[in-house]
Design a protein around this ligand. Structure first.
Ligand code: ATP
Length: 357
């Protein structure tokens, strides 16, 4: 039995392409023999077309025995997006209580931000990942008729808001951050977002009194991300707001090909899942040109979570060195390197790094 058993779901589109590079990097890291064992699970849109479901019936029991899940991307034109999302990603996030979606946003050496003054961006987004706007509560009536209507309920709970605020507060404390920014829209979404504001404020006041809390309407916050991104340290947001803000965060620092994320169950009752912010990118799938960095970085976040912070740091250092050098760049960041060439460049840097530190 290996020390860490990892389930790998490559998924669709560029998922398998970028995953191959992430697995090469994990395989190249030193450690006692058998420190990491990887099992691939073939759950993707092709699996759905063959079996009529995204995952087998016993998926929960099957996945639960792993220490972590490394996930690629899901999405294929032959399967409606709501099926692939609601039958694969959502059940894993919700059933495994992965209520924290951690998305670091930072400028990187050698990568030009589209912002004139975007060099020193470094903040973290804590997106609530298990409730909020992404709920299947609601329904549709009078389909196809002029009177057709849809109702979609947002579900927010005091407990859910408190635990994501605590995750953000704990991170702020661990990293010596002094300010927490809460994304809200309580002037318009008067029930759910007022509860959000009240509970975020209560949690900070009671448990993190050293933190300065600023509550900002999400539309204004989007503008501030562009105008003064350096002023943010830790951002806490609901499921939908956090999703949009993290793509914006990725856009201002160099794009989706560089942005990792972690779906975390902080109590460690269930495995956590690590995946790039990007999706299956069907426009470039099969061409071998996707940037594998977001996926490789997600593997580094996984190692951090497993308690192998030193190994995680080494991966990030190797990525930074490749980017700083600027010789190997994929198309999304202004070069013409292939996915495999970028993976190899990171492997080469990794091999040249000292064993410790
Ligand atoms: P999905 O619906 O699965 O999220 P999508 O194509 O709508 O897929 P993304 O996959 O997130 O959205 O990406 C949007 C675009 O960004 C892609 O079409 C692609 O051009 C680009 N992109 C995303 N990820 C990468 C990557 N790793 N390397 C290079 N380009 C990328």
């Amino acid at each position: 039995m290996a020390k860490y058993n990892i389930a790998v779901i490559e998924g669709d589109g560029i998922g398998p392409e970028v995953m191959e590079q992430a697995l090469n990097v994990l395989g190249a890291l030193g450690g006692e023999a058998d420190w990491l064992s990887v099992e691939k699970l073939p759950w993707n849109s092709r699996y759905y077309l063959e079996h009529g479901r995204m995952m087998p019936e016993g998926w929960k029991e099957q996945l639960q025995r792993f220490d972590a899940i490394l996930f690629g991307a899901i999405g294929d034109a032959r399967v409606p997006d709501d099926v692939s999302v609601w039958e694969l990603i959502m059940p894993i996030r919700k059933e495994f209580r992965q209520y924290v979606n951690f998305r670091p946003v930072r400028s990187l050496p050698g990568i030009r931000s589209p912002l004139a003054d975007g060099e020193d961006i470094e903040f973290a987004i804590f997106r609530e990942n298990a409730e909020g706007e992404y709920s299947d509560s609601g329904g549709r009536m009078f389909r196809g008729e002029p009177a057709e209507l849809a109702i979609q309920n947002t579900v927010m709970t005091r407990a859910g808001i408190e635990r994501i605020t605590r995750a953000a507060g704990d991170y702020a404390r661990r990293h010596g951050k002094t300010k927490l920014t809460s994304a809200t829209k309580s002037n318009a979404v008067v029930h759910a977002n007022k509860l959000w504001d009240e509970q975020v404020a209560r949690t900070v006041r009671t448990d993190y009194p050293e933190l300065e809390l600023e509550s900002v309407y999400v539309d204004a916050l989007a503008a501030y991300f562009v105008q003064r991104p350096q002023s943010f340290e830790v951002v806490v947001a609901s499921n939908l707001f956090g999703d949009i803000l993290s793509d914006l965060g990725s856009g201002i620092t160099g794009g989706l090909g560089l942005s990792p994320s972690a779906n975390i169950n902080p109590e460690k009752d269930f495995p956590s899942m690590f995946e790039p912010v990007h999706g299956s990118a069907p426009d470039i799938a099969g061409k071998g040109i996707a940037n594998p960095i977001a996926q490789i970085w997600s593997a580094a976040l996984m190692l951090d979570h497993l308690g192998e912070a030193e190994k995680g740091k080494k991966i990030v250092r190797a990525i930074e060195q490749v980017l700083a050098e600027g010789k190997v760049k994929t198309a999304d960041i202004g070069g013409d390197a292939t996915t495999a060439e970028m993976g190899q460049a990171i492997l080469d840097k990794l091999a040249a790094l000292p064993e410790k530190g």
